[in-house]
Design a protein around this ligand. Structure first.
Ligand code: BGC
Length: 465
């Protein structure tokens, strides 16, 4: 790909407009050579995190050392706390690798995100149990539940761990450095609810375990959603920092917390002024640098920064803006995904977004083409960069790649962003030898995070996880 790609030629543009687009394209397009250098650094950072605590890639031991067999049966409960929603689930394992689940979804209120999170979660669990007449009474034993917690936690056992930092826009005071299971357990107690959290997993660990229940070849779980991260099975012999007992399986799932890659020195990722502006104004500056280039929470904001940069030079929308366009975080990533694939002759879908959503009238065809190019550049860079972590991790375990390997992926970017899967796979194929690459199966692990917490609850109950 080069900036001479006809997709970046704006019909009817002035030379100044085209020059600005060419400059953007040169900043956002990544050559294989550049990606190769980033992958190499990513691998180096993985090794560093395996050896020592407190590194930029945390490579957190999850205490999950087993694989589900697929033959387990029974119903297990889970709480899935994500970036946008909370779900309470009852998951039934059918013993043949299949699951059915019943769940209730609750949107995280602004108050919950900034203040009352754990009481809110406890309240939702109460509602779920109450509506199904499942609330334990009197002397009945507590209901065991798994908790998927989609934030970086330094795990201290299968059901305890301290919050390292908030990500993805949550900012509840008084939680960093504390055991999140304890915080939830206390909130449940305040409601008098007899529920015991028996397993704590990151959403990527959950995604991996849910893929593994139906597929013994599952080795890696990834989330490309509001945020991004991955987990994989590592040989404990490679985990030099592990001081605990050696598990009999010889392996452990690691929560990589890869969204933090390059946050310490901003030296390898392709930072543009638009990324730097986003980072500076975010609630977690100089943190989650990789996540900020590839996940759904941020892509809309990068695009907004570009739109304003062009408008301020009178190269877009005749220099006009609107209250809505001026509001941070307003452009949802879903507008980008629809804009990138608007194939109508007059780009009428993009016109709708500009006129109805952004409230800016009389957009020209040139304006709309520029919006489309921005959507393509930001989305495709994300998908290509996503391959960095995937390739670095899979080549770290290249010993596994001589037989089938399944990578379970969940999250809105992967599921809905046009061509995300295709670009990710195509990019990864440039960096893994063909005879190994053909063994890799990238698959959607839908709802993996919640189902995985229930599976971990099952593992915790049936054997010494
Ligand atoms: C969090 C991870 C999580 C990822 C995907 C990131 O912001 O730090 O723990 O797995 O989002 O939800």
């Amino acid at each position: 790909m080069s900036s001479a790609d006809s997709r970046y030629t704006i019909v009817g543009a002035t030379p100044e407009q085209q020059a600005a687009i060419d400059m953007l394209a040169s900043q956002f397009l990544l050559t294989d050579e550049r990606l190769g250098a980033i992958i190499k650094e990513f691998r180096r950072r993985m090794e560093e995190g395996l050896a020592t605590d407190g590194k930029v890639l945390k490579m957190i031991p999850s205490y999950v050392t087993r694989r589900p067999l697929g033959s387990e049966v029974g119903s297990y409960f889970a709480i899935d706390l994500g970036g946008t929603n909370l779900r309470v689930l009852k998951v039934t394992l059918d013993g043949r690798g299949g699951v059915t689940s019943e769940h209730q979804k609750f949107a995280l209120s602004e108050e919950a995100k900034s203040r009352t999170l754990f009481d809110f979660v406890a309240q939702c669990v109460d509602t779920f149990l109450d509506e199904r007449n499942l609330r334990p009474l009197g002397q009945q034993p507590p209901i065991p539940m798994g908790l998927t917690f989609s934030y970086p936690v330094q795990q201290t056992s299968i059901n305890s761990g301290t919050l390292v930092q908030w990500t993805k826009g949550l900012n509840v005071p008084g939680c960093v450095g504390r055991d999140v299971v304890r915080l939830l357990q206390d909130a449940l107690l305040r409601l008098g609810l007899r529920v015991k959290i028996v397993a704590l997993v990151n959403d990527t660990v959950g995604t991996l375990l849910s893929a593994a229940y139906s597929d013994p070849a599952a080795q890696m779980g990834i989330i490309f959603g509001t945020g991004t991260n991955a987990a994989y099975y590592e040989d404990v012999a490679n985990l030099a920092k592990w001081k605990g007992p050696n598990p009999s399986s010889g392996e452990m799932v690691l929560n990589m917390e890869w969204g933090a890659f390059d946050s310490d020195d901003f030296a390898f990722l392709p930072f543009t002024p638009h990324d730097i502006k986003l980072d500076r104004k975010s609630i977690n500056p100089r943190k989650q640098a990789y996540e900020k280039m590839i996940s759904g929470m941020y892509l809309g904001e990068i695009a907004r920064n570009i739109v304003l940069w062009l408008a301020d030079q009178r190269l877009l929308l005749d220099g006009r803006s609107s209250e809505i366009l001026n509001a941070m975080w307003f452009i949802d990533t879903s507008y980008l995904s629809s804009g990138a694939v608007d194939t109508t002759s007059d780009l009428s879908e993009i016109q709708q977004v500009i006129e109805k959503t952004l409230n800016i009238s009389n957009s020209t065809f040139v304006d709309r083409q520029i919006f489309k190019v921005i959507a393509i550049l930001v989305g495709e860079r994300a998908a290509r960069l996503s391959a960095v972590g995937v390739v670095a991790t899979l080549t770290k375990r290249s010993d596994l790649l001589n037989k089938p390997v399944t990578v379970g992926i969940d999250g809105s970017m992967y599921e809905h962003y046009p061509y995300f899967h295709d670009i990710l796979v195509e990019t990864a194929s440039h960096f893994i030898p063909q005879e190994q690459f053909k063994n890799i199966n990238f698959t959607l692990a839908k709802d993996g995070s919640g189902v995985g917490a229930a599976i971990t609850a099952m593992l915790a109950a049936t054997y010494d996880a």
